[in-house]
Design a protein around this ligand. Sequence first.
Ligand code: ARG
Length: 269
Amino acid sequence: MNTELLVSDAAHFRVDYEINPYMHTEVQPDPVAAAAEHASIVAAHREAGRRVVRVPSAPQCPDMVFTANAAVVRGDRAVLGYPPPERKAEIPYFHEWLTRHGFDVIEAPHPFSGQGDALACGDLLLAGYGQRTDRGMHGILAKALRYEVIPLRTVSPRWYDLDLAVAVIDTRTLAYCPQTLDEQSGRRLQRLGLDLIEVGLDEAARFALNLISDGTTVTMTRQAPRLAAVLRGRGLRVVELDTTELAKGGGGVRCTALTLDNPPPREPS
Ligand code: ARG
């Protein structure tokens, strides 16, 4: 898992609007540092043996570096994101890229944060809602991608996407911050029978959970040393990176890559 990733670039990354509580138009990313940060993330993926493909960012799309919101992909199918109006202009670029690369692309009829709110874990899809994703998308995702959808509601705009609250480490292991989910969702997660690593609110707020794991190497922010230590203690290779510029847009490592290699369901559709 997570060995084939679609990224963009930070060439046009800036804060033109405030659509999450981490964004402040008066706090702009430094363009050189942002480009370096993004380049280090891509280099870390390559060092981990992951294949990285690129869609160039468009000048009028200041958040296009966060490709995770473009879609969610399983096998050769992609369900496109339906972002807030400020980010609508990104979608045609991703639609075109996915179509050109042979994906069967389905448009979302309701607000949907793409992979930001749709984390694949084997045959399960951990599906966020309550912020950027309309719950009406869950049935559509289940049908289109043949996942067993696990609805998880985050409790605050601080967790505007599920990928800030929950991370898939491997198909048997999740990391999550219990305070980010409503009670029913927390119970639903506990009933899955997966190994759960708990992360504190302080590290979650510093994008600890916005990580990419392929089951061997975890690529994550430098801002969460406790989680990094726990993961190392479990035998994982952990690569910690600077994410201070991306954080000004309210994102981290996970947000900058759309996973293209989620395995399709076993039986034919
Ligand atoms: N500024 C972007 C937004 O608010 C950040 C998106 C980060 N993506 C993510 N998957 N959490 O839409």
